[in-house]
Ligand binder design. Structure first.
Ligand code: SF4
Length: 200
């Protein structure tokens, strides 16, 4: 149905903030989303998001390309099917990545991953009930919460154009997440790929 390809670029956290963060603009876009103030992983966050990232010296930006095969694109031929396949793909790939990234967090001290998009661990987030997050040990904040220009990160840093469905499944989707750490991690791509083979 699809294959996964990873593109990883390392940069200093200070450069990430300087070059790709524009909170006023991008948190502004988030305000129009149904998840704004409804899911704990999403904006508005209740802490200084720059300071949160600056606790880590290095940002490994991870683009996960989910590339569909021709048959899947051809057979996903109605709006309903496109929504279903897209939703299931995002849910499954994010779950797989979260499992791997939480495992890697344990292997490297002072490390935290930033998720691609909204947390969907629970059917309904406890934030809408004004209760604390049910799984703070598993929940990770979305990259959007930090006011990042994800299209520019994808295009300029990862050399990948972000694609969306337009009457048919795109050739690929790109999920952008980050591994924030005070370590230098050799071969992060190979490490994640090995985990993908193990868990998939
Ligand atoms: S783990 Fe559950 S309660 Fe916590 S942010 Fe995710 S959906 Fe909300």
């Amino acid at each position: 149905m699809y294959k996964i390809e990873l593109i990883i670029e390392k940069m200093k956290t200070t450069d990430l903030l300087k070059e790709y963060c524009d909170k006023e603009k991008f948190i502004g876009f988030c305000k129009k989303c149904k998840n704004y103030n409804k899911v704990w992983s999403c904006p508005p966050v209740k802490f200084n998001s720059d300071e949160y990232l600056k606790r880590y010296d290095n940002a490994y930006i991870i683009g996960t390309k989910v590339i569909y095969d021709e048959k899947t694109i051809k057979n996903t031929n109605t709006e309903e099917k496109i929504s279903k396949v897209t939703e299931e793909t995002f849910h499954d790939v994010k779950k797989l990545l979260a499992t791997i990234f939480l495992q890697l967090e344990k292997e490297y001290e002072n490390t935290k991953f930033i998720s691609s998009g909204v947390c969907d661990i629970c059917n309904e987030c406890s934030r809408s009930l004004n209760n604390p997050c049910r799984y703070p040990d598993k929940m990770r904040y979305s990259f959007d919460s930090f006011g990042m220009d994800l299209s520019r990160i994808s295009f300029k840093l990862l050399n990948t154009e972000i694609k969306w469905s337009k009457g048919q499944l795109p050739e690929y989707y790109t999920l952008i997440s980050a591994f924030m750490t005070n370590n230098e991690i050799d071969n992060l791509k190979e490490k994640i790929e090995n985990h993908i083979i193990k868990y998939n």
